[in-house]
Design a protein around this ligand. Structure first.
Ligand SMILES: *Cc1c(COP(=O)(O)O)cnc(C)c1O
Length: 459
């Protein structure tokens, strides 16, 4: 039985028209796009689930903040408002705005990583992995085993495997430059990390004197799951949970385009290391912009300061995660496998299960993404071997732990009927799954290939 849909805790006062092309038109458009969904024009998409990044609907409060944004080059009011909000929510002394999450990675990572170093994470996001490699280091994922079985339901499938982590630290003695905890664990399916796990990772880091960084894009959704699933925190506020979580790390990087409900922005937070902050300020001025704007307009800083609080609102998070639980419950009824339980920002369909006849190097996740567009004008993306790419040392195709197609849901944008269309499209594709073909790459760039590559169906 489908779960009840939790009503939107807001009403709509501005709308944006969307239209649906015919099936024939969509077949033509995706061919022209070389079967890469990033190449489609957004106006040719009906429901855009490519990402939840920067695609969110801002509130009336945020839009009024936009009008108050202080556009001074140095020392603007909006900068100070943002720093205050960051200090208040995360309990860190130094808050540095940057233009988006990868800006934070580019500014921070070279201060800790270089040739010969490694960075270990519960699981690196694609740009985060790329910036580890661009700094000259190697990235190692160390997620709990249970995350690798999509049908195995567990409360915190985003966790680090602490035992394996400590083994890795010993294997790479003296070479681990940074540990990164991604909350929620995006690449594992938006799966949360428990406070208990963060404590255990932090304890190992302290023992070996390794700095611990949180990749904090979905810190609020993670806090929601901690409150729901971790006994110790059932009576805590989401802000208290956030403070507790961040108290175990030394620094964070954040894409503010996710839980901070903005269209652009990012943050670096440093708990108390003034020397590190000095290095960050230097890199920020070179790569992003002066310290008090970090590549953003004053109006972006203002909207971000407000969005950090709105993203932590419990009613809003109940509704947001509830949308995905509603969709997941329909898929359960129709025996469509996904990373279960459903994550905070998206539903990751198990494309390997849907297309057992398509091997990893013919990209089942990408095949399902193409089918969803053809079926209903829904744009999604592959989170699997197609995204993972090639080994930077050997150039060989890597095999990912999963072959997912991610339906990422923008915040406060789509309503119940849109979710019904997503479910219907997946059910229709499941019924004709055996006829769906795999893909081969006809051109690819050396890094982050999934954004730009060209593909062709294998006939
Ligand atoms: C989106 C994201 C990033 C990169 O942020 P951008 O704002 O897209 O540059 C890094 N890490 C995680 C976990 C993300 O979800």
């Amino acid at each position: 039985m489908a779960k009840r849909y939790i009503p939107e805790p807001f009403r709509i006062k501005m709308v944006e028209r969307i239209k649906m092309l015919t099936r024939e038109e969509r077949i033509e458009k995706i061919k022209e796009a070389k079967y890469n969904l990033f190449n489609l024009r957004a106006e040719d998409v009906y429901i855009d689930l490519l990402t939840d990044s920067g695609t969110n609907a801002m509130s009336d409060e945020q839009w009024s903040g936009v009008m108050k944004g202080d556009e001074a080059y140095a020392g603007g009011k909006s900068y100070f408002r943002l720093v205050e909000a960051g200090r208040d929510i995360f309990g860190y002394e130094f808050i540095q705005p940057v233009h988006q999450g990868r800006g934070a990675e580019k500014v921070l990572f070279p201060t800790k990583l270089s040739e010969g170093k490694v960075a270990i994470s519960n699981m690196f996001f694609d740009t985060t992995r790329a910036h580890v490699e661009l700094a000259g280091a190697r990235a190692i994922d160390c997620v709990v085993e249970e995350a690798k079985d999509p049908t195995h339901r567990a409360p915190f499938k985003g966790n680090m495997d602490v035992e394996k982590f400590e083994k890795l630290v010993n294997e790479h003695e003296g070479k681990v430059g940074l540990v990164v905890m991604t909350i929620t664990n995006n690449s594992a399916g938006g799966q949360p990390v428990s406070v208990e796990n963060m404590r255990a990772v932090s304890e190992v880091c302290k023992r070996y004197n390794i700095p611990l960084c949180i990749d904090a894009a979905r810190f609020a959704e993670n806090a929601h799951f901690v409150k729901e699933r971790e006994e110790e925190f059932k009576n805590s506020s989401l802000k208290e949970i956030t403070r507790e979580m961040f108290s175990y790390a030394d620094m964070f990087i954040m894409s503010a385009k996710k839980d901070a409900i903005t269209n652009m922005g990012g943050l670096i937070g440093i708990k108390d290391d003034a020397n590190l902050y000095q290095l960050v300020k230097g890199n920020c001025i070179s790569y992003e912009g002066f310290i008090t704007y970090g590549g953003l307009s004053g109006r972006d800083l203002e909207a971000l300061a407000i969005g950090l609080y709105e993203g932590l609102d419990e009613e809003y998070l109940n509704y947001r995660v509830g949308q995905l639980e509603y969709l997941a419950s329909i898929l359960d009824d129709n025996e469509i496998a996904y990373q279960a339980p459903v994550g905070g920002h998206g539903l990751f369909v198990d494309a390997k299960k849907m297309f057992p006849h398509i091997p990893y190097n013919e990209f089942p996740g990408q095949a399902l993404a193409v089918e969803l567009y053809i079926e209903a004008g829904i744009r999604t993306c592959d989170i699997g071997s197609y995204m993972l790419g090639n080994d930077p040392d050997t150039g060989e195709q890597l095999q990912a732990d999963f072959e997912f197609t991610r339906l990422a849901v923008a915040r406060r944008v789509y309503t119940q009927a849109h979710f019904d269309i997503m479910a219907e499209a997946l059910i229709a594709i499941k019924d004709r799954a055996k006829d769906v073909k795999g893909y081969k790459i006809t051109w690819e760039p050396p890094i982050l290939r999934h954004f730009q590559a060209s593909l062709e169906p294998i006939e």
